[in-house]
Design a protein around this ligand. Structure first.
Ligand SMILES: Cc1cc2nc3c(=O)[nH]c(=O)nc-3n(C[C@H](O)[C@H](O)[C@H](O)COP(=O)(O)OP(=O)(O)OC[C@H]3O[C@@H](n4cnc5c(N)ncnc54)[C@H](O)[C@@H]3O)c2cc1C
Length: 489
């Protein structure tokens, strides 16, 4: 059961150890953006961070921000994007329930990119054209979602929107958080580290007006004159909460990514104030079988020998479909013309074997007799016409698999390693206000980042960058609105 702390009453607080206009809980990307925006709006800002320094999971990330609508990089490398196209794509693909929240993000995304750059987050004016999970170069723009995947290209012209921080390969997140934290320091944001917030405080009007926190030396209470911004991360590191909130998520072949403090502390605080939650079973898991891109020309089959997802889907979408297959078993089937070893070592996809005939492979994988032979015969006949009537894989990836020998890789959860993040969390609106179960904003209380359920609701609709993009943008919205919230002045 989720541990919900008691919501404290202000009249029970004897003395406030500290006071600030805006109190920010957590110093990852959402907290840093909230603090900076609130400070730039003139507020006295105090960040309370449980770790000994800022950064959070954001600093471990690849640094891909999903942004569009005509960013400086999209324009520089020759892609035309509009807020409308971005909105239409995100509404079609993510299942986001709050169109206003998506709309605001899309309308502001290009300007938000400029703001990030102005704070010192580095981006190149380059495009990485190959299919990769994280571009191995320092190139910025890449396709990181399902834009080119059926049926989504029918809703909006597919353009790349993943903007990676200028760092070769993985790990660009730290460049972003370092820049933002440095800018916070210059701007005069106050920070207390080794400070774990363990309760919220509300006044007689049910307004969130402060927090209680623990430090090594004891307990402190901090009054927030204007607002409290919750930005304390997700809950993927909490095994108990995973079982409670994501009961259908596979329990084998999975490993959470993030920092130990992504343990649901933010969720607990939100629930204590009566916040509504949303998309709680949503996760993004990944064990991509590509690169190399040629593997996308293979087919994925389950233990009935049937295809179940277009193989050119975003890897998080594929992962969620695999999780739904019987016993979470899946195989990547290739012929000699498409064969290569998956480059993603962390996914630990195992080569089953090579086979002279499809019938031998079918028997070795214990698939129902004739199943794989039929699946491949149907696939090959249509692929020869550059069609995929079953799952609509893009013609670029269609090629008959008819050159023996054949090979199969294990790509299911039963025999691979999937890394995951949670997507569910506290419900907020387009002002980053925390909503209660009746859809009303809880006064004085704002939230952003991985502790909220924002735009993507599950792995099928995720695109790389849909955590840092909306998390950083709505962090700013939360900070600004908290700074302007003068109710307690
Ligand atoms: C390896 C990896 C790669 C990723 N790559 C990408 C990517 O390229 N693009 C993308 O969009 N997403 C990516 N993600 C996901 C993304 O990094 C996170 O969703 C995002 O960083 C969350 O930001 P946040 O500010 O909400 O949380 P965090 O960055 O986790 O920050 C939360 C902070 O709150 C603190 N905290 C927790 N509890 C308390 C408390 N009670 N009191 C005070 N402080 C508290 C924590 O110590 C932490 O510093 C990646 C994640 C990982 C782990």
């Amino acid at each position: 059961m989720t541990n919900i702390p008691q919501l404290l009453r202000a009249d029970a607080v004897d003395t406030w150890t500290e006071t600030a206009d805006v109190v920010v809980i957590g110093y990852g990307i959402a907290g840093a953006c909230a603090a900076l925006e609130a400070r730039q709006a003139g507020a006295d800002v105090l960040v309370l961070e449980r770790a000994s320094g800022g950064g959070g999971a954001s600093a471990l990330s690849a640094g891909i921000f999903y942004l569009g609508g005509g960013t400086a990089v999209q324009n520089a490398v020759g892609y035309t994007d509009t807020p409308d196209d971005m909105f239409n794509f995100l509404m079609a693909s993510t299942g986001a329930p709050d169109a206003l929240l998506v709309r605001r993000f899309c309308d502001e995304a290009a300007g938000h990119f400029d703001w990030l750059e102005a704070q010192g987050v580095p981006f190149e004016r380059t495009y990485y054209k190959d299919k990769a999970v994280i571009a191995p170069t320092s190139d910025c723009l890449a396709s990181t979602g399902n834009e080119k995947v059926w049926p989504y290209y029918l809703f909006a012209a597919p353009v790349p929107r993943g903007h990676k921080v200028a760092k070769v390969g993985d790990g660009g997140g730290a460049l972003a958080t370092n820049a933002l934290i440095a800018r916070c320091a210059e701007a005069g944001v106050r920070v207390m580290v080794d400070t774990r917030v363990d309760a919220l405080v509300c006044d007689a009007a049910e307004r969130i007006c402060g927090v209680r926190a623990r430090q090594t030396t004891g307990e402190i209470t901090v009054r927030a004159r204007r607002g409290v911004v919750l930005a304390a991360g997700g809950f993927g590191m909490n095994g108990e909460y995973m079982r409670e909130w994501c009961p259908n998520f596979p329990t084998t072949g999975v490993n959470p990514i993030g920092i130990p403090h992504n343990d649901g502390a933010a969720l607990e605080l939100g629930l204590s104030a009566g916040a509504a939650v949303q998309a709680m079973s949503g996760t993004i898991a990944t064990a991509s079988f590509y690169p190399p891109a040629q593997l996308i020309k293979g087919i994925l089959v389950n233990n009935r020998g049937e295809r179940f997802v277009a193989e050119d889907s975003y890897h998080g979408r594929t992962a969620e479909y695999i999780a739904e297959q019987p016993d979470t078993v899946a195989y990547l089937v290739l012929d000699s013309a498409t064969f290569a070893y998956p480059e993603n070592q962390r996914a630990a996809h195992r080569l089953v074997d090579g086979f002279e005939t499809v019938a031998e492979m079918e028997a070795a994988l214990s698939l129902p007799e004739g199943s794989l032979r039929k699946t491949l015969a149907d696939y090959n006949a249509a692929a020869a016409r550059r069609e995929d009537p079953l799952l609509h894989k893009h013609p670029d990836w269609l090629q008959p698999l008819d050159k023996p020998p054949y090979a199969a890789f294990e790509v299911g959860y039963n025999n691979s390693m999937y890394h995951y993040l949670t997507l569910g969390g506290i419900q907020t609106n387009s002002n980053a206000e925390v909503l209660d179960r009746h859809g009303r904003a809880i006064p004085g209380f704002y939230a952003a980042g991985a502790c909220v359920s924002s735009i993507p609701q599950d792995g099928k609709g995720y695109a790389s960058g849909l955590s840092l993009g909306p998390g950083s943008y709505y962090g700013r919205v939360a900070g600004l609105n908290a700074a302007r919230d003068a109710a307690n002045d």
